[in-house]
Design a protein around this ligand. Sequence first.
Ligand code: AP5
Ligand code: MG
Length: 215
Amino acid sequence: MNIILFGPPGAGKGTQAKKLVDFNGIPQISTGDILRANVREGTELGLAAKAYMDKGELVPDQVLIGIIKNRLKEQDCCKGFILDGYPRTVPQADVLAVILKEIGKPINVVLNLEVPDEVLVDRISKRLMCKCGASYHTVSNPPKKDNICDLCGCEVFQRSDDREEAVQNRLKVYKKQTQPLIDYYAKQGLLVTLDGTKNIDEVFEDIKAVLAKFA
Ligand code: AP5
Ligand code: MG
């Protein structure tokens, strides 16, 4: 299965991607996690990306296209992949189509998690995350042990772009640059929109029901 998990900041893309990895064993490709790892490691890419990320702006398309091209060609993608946070612009989607044609792995479905802005802001402001990419919420999905990641045992923290001003900008940027992809994939018959306001397990059940149609 080649899946795009789509939705605004805080919609639950990362949360559902992690559950899907456990469920069907295909890798999650989160461009946000890849960029944050580069920021942590102080790479040239990370240094260039950090200024955009902290303001809630998109990192330039050429940078992301390079990342995704290399990542999709890795061996672990041979049975499929879950794209989380890519594509986010029409040029990114166009290039993705070309890459996937080249490697013979078309997208099966785009799962669009729909969540209203006020819920997104609440989720993001109460999010805790881990450097392994796991995401928690202080109320709806706290780590089992206070401030410790369930998956890897590291300390969880607040993301630098989860501050109020950056969050508002991320929502604006999503509406202007990313939301047009909803029509883009609907026209290709690939879009399935799900109610992302249900609880985490209910959303996952809905996702499994959609994926079962492709089995
Ligand atoms: P990225 O890391 O992709 O962030 P995002 O798209 O803003 O989305 P989030 O990670 O904030 O939300 P999510 O949908 O994963 O939600 P989560 O599962 O964590 O990108 C960050 C930045 O990197 C961008 O701003 C940009 O600068 C750059 N970037 C990345 N990709 C790029 C690209 N392709 N092009 C250009 N730039 C790029 O859940 C959120 C919270 O809600 C958590 O606390 C979670 O526990 C909770 N939660 C989840 N689901 C539920 C539920 N159903 N009910 C209740 N709580 C829930
Ligand atoms: Mg995420």
